[in-house]
Ligand binder design. Structure first.
Ligand SMILES: *Cc1c(COP(=O)(O)O)cnc(C)c1O
Length: 396
């Protein structure tokens, strides 16, 4: 983005893209248009706004902002990240096949295996850290390739550019249809401040705006960003037809969060890197998983495709369930809670909390062990965060 001299920088776009002053009053911040309907001069005589499920100016501002930040041509806001995933899956029909990276968000896994599998869509889950495995998993009816990178909670790194190329290529049978499979990247963990999948060849980006984009743990929302006219028309249609739309207040909160996205992500990344390096040397830690440190197997790909590794760290504490439990009940600044991406630090235990909906045997085969702890590192002072973790280690 920054290489194009005609374009402003990301740090400027988070403040201004889609967020211009309101023309009637000059209000600097986008107003909350809290209305369900709009008056018409006569039947059909409206100003482009008929009913708020279909059009809302606050929502449009959020969509314009996110389309610009991800370098797409359109965005479709939804009531949650799961609603964004649902809308995308409704692009498919019974008999279609999806290849998904194996270590996806628990709610995404549940939607795929419990909701959409029942409607006749087939899913194959593959460890795509080796891109050639995608070729083996692709079928003539593969319509969608679902990627999450870094994955949750194991922070595996997938090569977006390489996987997009392979997904778009004709299958060996030549039967894949004109454009190959649509590549979707869940970019929730890094946000467009650190990674922009559309620039790497992906077709659609999905976010839980609940996380870094909102950034203050006070709103639930989602968005899909894309670049073709066809996807825009289809997804706009589904947004209205399915009706899982965000309310204007929620759109306002995400817009306000986005204003500080660039500075927040910079600090999340600094704190994340410092704590990961410290944890790696800690005698009570078995292994640290953080794509920003050289010991991570995906470090090279991560450094090439993203501007930072962000604030998510997973680590395995020596011992098991008892040690994890003690650790999680002792931290104070790191609040024990699900979710991530807020200014405050959170800590959670995937096997018991966020990933409990994944069957125990699948969890085990993925490597989500009882000693696995996930940190969402906030933007507090790093010394205080380190001291909080040290107190918890001492209690174990
Ligand atoms: C939270 C999350 C989701 C789901 O978003 P909701 O807003 O909770 O529906 C999807 N993907 C990832 C990576 C997430 O962290």
């Amino acid at each position: 983005m920054a290489n194009d001299p005609k374009k402003s920088h990301f740090e400027t776009d988070v403040i201004h893209a889609g967020q211009s002053p309101e023309p009637r009053t000059g209000a600097v911040m986008v107003p909350v248009f809290q209305t369900s309907t709009y008056v018409q001069d006569g039947p059909g005589g409206h100003k482009g706004y008929e009913y708020a499920r279909t059009q809302n100016p606050t929502r449009e501002a959020l969509e314009a902002s996110l389309a610009a930040l991800e370098n797409g041509t359109f965005a479709v806001a939804t009531s949650s990240g799961c609603a964004a995933t649902t809308n995308i899956l409704h692009l498919l029909k019974a008999g279609d096949h999806v290849v998904s990276s194996d270590d996806v968000y628990g709610g995404t896994y549940r939607l795929f295996t419990r909701v959409f599998a029942q409607l006749g869509i087939d899913f194959t889950f593959v460890d795509l850290t080796s891109a050639s495995r995608l070729d083996e998993a692709m079928r003539p009816n593969t319509k969608l390739v679902w990627l999450e990178t870094p994955t949750n909670p194991l922070l595996k790194i997938l090569d977006i550019e390489e996987l997009s190329k392979r997904a778009h290529r004709r299958g060996a049978s030549g039967a894949l249809g004109e454009t190959g499979a649509t590549v979707v990247v869940d970019n929730t963990f890094l946000s467009p401040a650190l990674q922009r999948p559309l620039e790497l060849g992906a077709d659609l980006v999905v976010h839980s705006t609940t996380k870094y984009l909102g950034g203050h743990s006070d709103v639930v929302g989602g968005v899909i960003v894309g670049k073709t006219k066809e996807h825009h028309e289809q997804l706009r249609y589904l947004q209205n037809a399915i009706g899982a739309v965000p309310g204007p207040w929620d759109c306002f909160l995400v817009l306000r969060g986005i204003k500080t996205l660039a500075v927040r992500m910079q600090r999340h990344d600094e704190n994340g890197r410092a704590l990961a390096a410290w944890l790696e040397k800690h005698p009570k830690v078995e292994r640290v998983i953080y794509p920003g440190i050289p010991s991570h197997p995906g470090h090279a790909v991560q450094s090439r495709q993203a501007k930072g590794a962000g604030g998510m760290i997973s680590f395995i504490i020596k011992g098991g369930l008892e040690e994890s439990r003690r650790f999680l009940t002792t931290t104070k600044l790191f609040a024990c809670a699900e979710s991530l991406g807020g200014v405050e630090s959170l800590i959670e235990h995937p096997a018991i909390m966020t990933h409990a909906s994944i069957p125990a045997d699948v969890r085990k085969s993925l490597g989500i062990s009882d000693g696995l702890i996930r940190l969402s590192v906030g933007i507090e002072h790093v010394d205080d965060l380190r001291a909080d973790l040290e107190t918890a280690f001492a209690a174990v």
